[in-house]
Design a protein around this ligand. Structure first.
Ligand SMILES: [Zn+2]
Length: 233
């Protein structure tokens, strides 16, 4: 029975080491995962290039409007300076002017649309820049806290590993082989506590004859169902 108590002690140490190591891996993963920042940077860059494209389009559109206005003014001049010789020429010039006025209106509508679009994109861009600045501040805090957590975990794991070495001294070699093999095949839990006649690891009630048989065969009481070493507190 003394052996099982020592094994249970070893199991508690190993389970703590397993838990701390898994937190350690999670913390290292979080520390190296900068995807949120990278995604935010990409979004800002995409929006900025869309904004620039809309601004270029607006400038080009304004140039077209300026050009049409000049042409309309030119026709206006011809209509009123008496250079047109007959009604036919006047009618043609007026028609040409009407077409240009219509074109100008279409380009002006497009300019209004582009200006609205630029306003929205500019506001979204500013929002994203603000969010990015918050993200960067949060990231600095998170990294500092993760680094200190990782250092802390390393110390705790080292201390537990020292306790483990001490715990091993009280356990005979052939029992340790069984323990290690069970740890590998049973998700890290080789020693299960018995509570109210139930194996705490697999939650199955122990049939006394079955458990007894396993116990005699291995010199260790084992759960007849999951084969783990049983420890009655
Ligand atoms: Zn069991």
């Amino acid at each position: 029975m003394e052996n099982i108590k020592h094994l249970y002690n070893l199991q508690k140490i190993d389970s703590q080491i397993d838990t701390l190591k898994s937190i350690f891996v999670e913390s290292e993963d979080k520390l190296s995962d900068r995807s949120e920042l990278i995604d935010a940077k990409i979004n800002i860059k995409t929006l900025k290039s869309e904004l620039t494209a809309s601004e270029v389009n607006l400038r080009l559109n304004q140039n077209k409007i300026d050009d049409i206005e000049q042409r309309i003014a030119g026709l206006e001049k011809r209509l009123y300076n008496g250079e047109l010789r007959n009604n036919r020429e006047i009618e043609l010039t007026q028609n040409e002017q009407a077409v240009l006025v219509k074109q100008k209106e279409e380009f002006e509508d497009l300019s209004l649309q582009l200006m609205g679009d630029i306003e929205i994109k500019d506001s979204n861009h500013k929002d994203l820049e603000g969010k990015m600045s918050d993200l960067l501040k949060d990231r600095v805090k998170l990294e500092a806290s993760l680094k200190s957590q990782i250092e802390d975990l390393k110390k705790q794991i080292t201390m537990l590993e020292q306790s483990r070495i001490k715990a091993l001294q009280a356990i005979s070699k052939h029992i340790l082989v069984i323990y290690e093999s069970l740890r590998k095949s049973k998700a890290g839990i080789a020693v299960a506590v018995v509570k109210g006649g139930i194996c705490d690891a697999c939650r199955i009630a122990l049939s006394s004859s079955n458990s007894q048989r396993v116990a005699e065969a291995n010199e260790l009481p084992r759960c007849g169902s999951c084969q783990r070493i049983l420890y009655a507190i």
